[in-house]
Write a protein that binds this ligand. Structure first.
Ligand code: PHE
Length: 454
């Protein structure tokens, strides 16, 4: 490290774990994963998901960690060091574009989540009915001024974290907020255990029903493994570049994947216990988060406090995930372009707000730009499609092929085993075989299916 004087990094393995988990845990755990599990066969789907984690998620994550820590550089710098061939630089470009396109719309949703914390405190959900919940959500996303203001607030918060740097910003915040997030989830779960709907929620999430497991569910599990673990867009590469040379990267990857899934399931138990207690049907997406949850939680004793806990935890999840997306480009601006960190963070915020506003103003049919479509999609959905369905899988497949076929195996072995200090020979061999022969094929299938070609 001596030759890269002054480059910051995480101070310990625990710090690396919390930061990486902070990236993985996001809105996906709250509005997507629990429902997808329940709707597609419960434990049967979980089994498939774990298989996807083993064959897609972990191999790509470990490869990104490898590229980052080996070079201790941002995505572009890493590729420059690893190969003289310019064409592989496309991985860096795809990564940065991927992070931007996600953060453009993710920051809108982050804004809605923040605004719900505020609304809960204000008492807006005290006597909420299904109609008023719907109206409130409509007002929140259509605006047009308030969603832009909330997006600005979210981007400002994320920028403040980032400007503090890797240790004082990302590390300190994730190390503080991740345990708080976990405690808030437990509070919601303890409450859930007292509700009449708790049994049904367990049945929904953990039944073993292979008959509900369709082909599309399997494809969904593959795509989910990607998005959930923030793969294919350089997040894990950038964070990996901050790991210490002593960290066990394979161990961290496994711990993050498992903890992330546990978080999703705990959220699922809390939310669906309340949903079933009021005889409602489970659902997913913004409707679940912004309409059903306020409605059912606010009807419970201490409901407002519970709702507050819930939206604070959702805000934490959105904030730490967004921080990781932004760090990909900030590391690039400051290392490759020679900008100061402050300037890089500022430029990044300006870009997100300048383009993200188009996502914010097109989130709903009735939004200001709601009628304007490109390829039959509103800008908001277009950004989501470009990032989740094109750039992420494309980035992932290139990373798998690059590390699997271009990097010499002995280099990978040396880095993953910390120069032989960790006895991981068998695991590394298994990882390498999967990375070469299984992961690219599976990611390719995800890619085709997300383009609607399968
Ligand atoms: N993993 C995050 C979630 O589940 C989303 C994310 C994707 C974060 C890509 C960073 C990069 O919400």
């Amino acid at each position: 490290m001596e030759h890269k004087k002054g480059r910051e990094g995480f101070s310990s393995g625990i710090a690396a774990f919390f930061a990486t988990l902070g990236s993985a845990v996001g809105l996906g755990n709250i509005w997507k994963f629990p429902y997808v599990v329940g709707a597609n066969g419960g434990a049967a789907f979980l089994l498939v998901y774990f298989i996807c984690i083993i064959f897609i998620g972990l191999p790509v994550m470990i490869s990104e960690f490898y590229m980052g820590r080996k070079t201790r550089k941002n995505v572009m710098g890493a590729l420059e060091i690893l190969t003289p061939k310019r064409k592989w630089k496309s991985i860096g470009l795809i990564s940065m574009l991927g992070s931007y396109f996600i953060v453009f719309f993710y920051s809108s949703v982050g804004g809605w989540v923040y605004s719900y914390v505020f609304k809960t405190i204000k008492g807006d959900f005290n006597q909420v009915t299904s109609q008023s919940a719907q109206e409130e959500f409509g007002r929140t996303i259509i605006g047009p001024i308030s969603p832009i203001v909330w997006q600005f607030i979210v981007v400002t918060v994320v920028s403040l974290i980032l400007v503090l740097g890797v240790k004082n910003g990302i590390e300190r915040i994730t190390k503080t907020l991740m345990p708080i997030l976990f405690i808030l989830i437990l509070i919601c779960d303890i409450k859930a255990l007292t509700l009449p709907g708790v049994n049904e929620s367990f049945k929904f999430l953990f039944k073993v029903d292979f008959s509900m497991l369709s082909g599309s569910a399997i494809l969904m599990a593959m795509g989910l493994a990607f998005f959930k673990l923030s793969l294919g867009m350089g997040c894990m590469m950038t964070y990996g570049s901050y790991f210490t040379k002593k960290d066990n990267m394979m161990g961290t990857a496994a711990k993050v994947a498992i903890s992330d899934t546990i978080v999703s399931l705990l959220v699922g138990i809390a939310v669906f216990s309340a949903v079933f207690s009021f005889g409602m049907k489970p659902s997913s997406g913004p409707g679940l988060l912004f309409m059903t949850v306020p409605m059912v939680f606010s009807k419970l004793p201490f409901g407002t406090l519970l709702l507050l806990a819930f939206f604070i935890l959702a805000s934490i999840a959105a904030t730490t995930a967004m921080t990781s997306m932004c760090e990909v480009v900030i590391a690039y601006y400051s290392e490759q372009r020679g900008m100061s960190r402050k300037k890089a963070v500022f430029l990044n915020a300006v870009i997100i707000l300048g383009i993200g506003i188009f996502a914010t103003l097109s989130a709903d049919d009735n939004s200001l730009l709601g009628k304007f479509t490109v390829f039959h999609m509103r800008v908001f959905d277009l950004f989501d499609f470009i990032s989740s369905n094109i750039l992420l899988p494309l980035g992932g497949i290139l990373i798998a092929i690059f590390v699997g076929y271009v990097i010499p195996k002995c280099d990978i072995k040396k880095e993953l085993s910390n120069e032989g200090n960790l006895k991981l020979d068998k695991l590394i061999d298994t990882y390498y075989i999967i990375l070469r022969y299984v992961t690219p094929v599976l990611v390719f299938i995800v890619f085709l299916s997300s383009l609607g070609l399968m």
